[in-house]
Write a protein that binds this ligand. Structure first.
Ligand code: COA
Ligand code: NAP
Length: 273
């Protein structure tokens, strides 16, 4: 269930906003009255996301780029700025890739892919965005993960990439603070029905064990994350910057570590079959 914020007249750009959690965030801002743009690699996903946002009553626009290609990201911002015809009030950066793999089984190209999408991609999006962000007043939210501060087996690529994402958040909160731009990270816990969860908990057994390891006793919803993005980007949060905000039912306190140890054993068994 989505709560109410007022973002009417505001321009919101969600990078990686064409499925799962990030599309849920884009839908939240659409319901709260914003003009919304989304971007990702796949044209069909971009078109479908724009149709979904339009059906919610928003003026919506999509651009197609890979966050690994800086010039394409820059060009995307030019197109989005044309569509908005004004500054960006809220920027969400959440493009990411993940698969479970131990370091010994991971090729150099595999870890490079995730570092380039999650970490370098975040840098590209931040760098390309600065000229278009509202000064003062913009809210930037990077989508992180518990792996940023909890070591997990099969996740060295994501752990290192998302730790870097959170450091970009903290550094930019200082560098951009003087422009009146706030920069925060949201750290989603296990979010039901998403690609990320399908990859980390691909069996009913693992799905149950992740739910059991959340102190609040349930997986999160995309609306839980959208509501946190709305809260962080609202006027009421105007003194919050540099925060790394877990929205995870308490999972990162200890359940995440327990689950990942369990996942590791089960994945090893599956892979041995
Ligand atoms: N285990 C180990 N290595 C894997 C892997 C897996 N499950 N899946 C992909 N890789 C490796 C590939 O083998 C390749 O390495 P190689 O060239 O040495 O063989 C490398 O990763 C890149 O894979 P490729 O499919 O060419 O990359 P891509 O750029 O098309 O896709 C990914 C990037 C791999 C991250 C892909 O999973 C993706 O697009 N993910 C986005 C969706 C997602 O992950 N959602 C969850 C968000 S948390
Ligand atoms: P998802 O549906 O796969 O979302 C990933 C989005 O990023 C898609 O829109 C995808 O679209 C886009 N994308 C991927 N690679 C890209 C690239 N190179 N360039 C541009 N766009 C790219 O996954 P999700 O599970 O909802 O995850 C969303 C975010 O939440 C991620 O940052 C993830 O790390 C974080 N997170 C998820 C969970 C969870 O439980 N699911 C938990 C913690 C954190 P295209 O394929 O069209 O490019």
């Amino acid at each position: 269930m989505s709560i109410q914020f007022d973002f009417s007249g505001k321009n919101v750009f969600v990078v990686g906003g064409t499925s799962g959690i990030n599309l849920g965030i884009a839908c939240g801002f659409a319901r709260w009255g914003a003009k919304v743009a989304v971007a990702s690699r796949n044209q069909e996903k971009v078109d479908n996301a724009v149709a979904t946002l339009t059906a919610l009553g928003a003026q919506a626009f999509g651009v197609t780029f890979d966050v690994r290609q800086f010039e394409d990201v820059e060009q995307g911002f030019v197109q989005v700025a044309d569509f908005f015809d004004g500054d960006i009030d809220v920027l969400i950066s959440g493009a990411a890739g993940n698969f479970p793999s131990r370091v010994n089984d991971m090729s150099v190209n595999a870890i490079r892919s995730v570092l380039e999408i999650d970490l370098l991609g975040t840098f590209h999006v931040m760098k390309a965005s600065h000229g278009y962000l509202k000064k003062p007043g913009a809210s930037v939210v990077n989508i992180s993960a518990p792996q940023a501060f909890i070591p997990m087996t099969h996740q060295a690529h994501v752990c290192s990439a998302k730790a870097g994402v959170d450091m970009i958040t903290r550094n930019l909160s200082m560098e951009w603070g003087t422009d009146g731009i706030r920069v925060n990270s949201i750290v989603p816990g296990p979010i039901h029905g998403t690609e990320g969860m399908a990859r980390l908990a691909p069996t009913p057994e693992l799905e149950k064990s992740v739910t059991d390891s959340v102190p609040l006793g349930r997986q999160g919803t995309v609306d839980d994350i959208a509501n946190a993005a709305g809260m962080l980007s609202s006027e009421q949060s105007s003194y919050i910057t540099g925060a790394i905000l877990p929205v995870d039912g308490g999972w990162s306190q200890s359940g995440a570590t327990w689950f990942m140890a369990n996942m590791s054993t089960m994945l090893d068994k599956m892979q041995a079959k």
